[in-house]
Ligand binder design. Structure first.
Ligand SMILES: Nc1ncnc2c1ncn2[C@@H]1O[C@H](COP(=O)(O)OP(=O)(O)OP(=O)(O)O)[C@@H](O)[C@H]1O
Ligand SMILES: [Mg+2]
Length: 255
């Protein structure tokens, strides 16, 4: 199993969007893909057409003995996904207590899915430091840091950089990380400036192109469909495909 963590120092940059659409694009390369939503917002499922009133997920009170395979959903887009679940405050406290009290919580659960060496797991996370991020960074083989082309994203790079170092240091199975700019608007000077500064400061860790801001992305979400199914020829679809190829070339994710 290869685990890809999708993370960000700031909220609303597009982690969930990137996770869902990257998963669908990787599946087209022939890999078996499982997507895990580790964010209490429980929003990943919306990209895969899961019914709003379906409460199932890994945090759900009713999940049989906490076994993840009972929360696994098969999407119509070539990927399986594990939603976080609809969880009230009391249940979330219980769930998060379990996570905090077991440093290997995530690995233990991933192992129960009986994935093989060639399977790829993509994990969506909440923004910034959290117990979820800690668990993910301890098992991830690759981390994708999503940024927006604004000053705030730029200034938070050092904090996420030190978190990654802290949790992955010395792990031979950690292959590396990259920074991906999302919601790029090339008509805006500020976006172009941030792109240029990130590229010169981050060097090879910076993905040398961006995912453009594209209305098709929000329209696809409104239709609960991955963007490549909603608008095959949109710029976002193309950008995600480029990124998939880039990841494959740099990290050899899919055999
Ligand atoms: N490339 C894009 N073009 C246009 N809209 C986008 C793009 N990427 C994301 N969005 C929109 O930006 C909003 C935030 O995206 P998303 O929920 O994926 O961010 P997030 O980083 O997961 O947020 P959070 O930190 O709250 O989990 C959504 O409304 C989404 O549709
Ligand atoms: Mg999100």
């Amino acid at each position: 199993m290869r685990v890809v963590a999708v993370i960000s120092p700031k909220g609303g940059v597009g982690k969930t969007t990137v996770t869902a659409n990257l998963a669908v694009s990787l599946a087209r390369l022939g890999a078996r893909i499982t997507v895990v939503d580790l964010d209490p917002q429980n929003a990943l499922r919306l990209h895969f057409g899961m019914a709003h009133d379906d409460p199932t997920g890994i945090g759900s009170r009713d999940l049989l003995n906490g076994q993840w395979q009972y929360a696994l959903h098969e999407s119509s887009y070539g990927v399986d996904f594990l939603p976080y679940g609809t969880v009230d405050e009391r249940q979330r406290e219980i769930f998060e207590h379990r996570i905090k009290s077991n440093p290997d919580w995530l690995l233990t659960h991933l192992n129960t899915l009986r994935l093989d060496d060639t399977d790829v797991v993509l994990i969506d996370t909440p923004p910034g430091p959290s117990m979820y991020l800690q668990q993910v960074l301890k098992v991830a083989n690759i981390a994708v840091v999503v940024l927006k082309p604004d000053a705030a994203s730029y200034s938070t790079v050092p904090s996420i950089e030190s978190l990654i170092q802290h949790y992955t240091e010395g792990r031979k199975d950690f292959l590396g990380y990259c920074y991906l700019l999302n919601q790029m608007d090339a008509s805006k000077q500020l976006c172009r400036d941030v792109f240029g500064m990130l590229r010169s400061n981050l060097g090879v860790k910076f993905v040398p192109f961006a995912i453009h801001r594209d209305e098709a992305v929000s329209e696809a979400l409104a239709c609960q469909t991955p963007v490549s199914y909603y608008a095959q020829h949109s710029s976002a679809t193309q950008d995600v495909q480029y990124f998939t190829t880039w990841l494959q070339r740099n990290f050899g994710l899919v055999d």
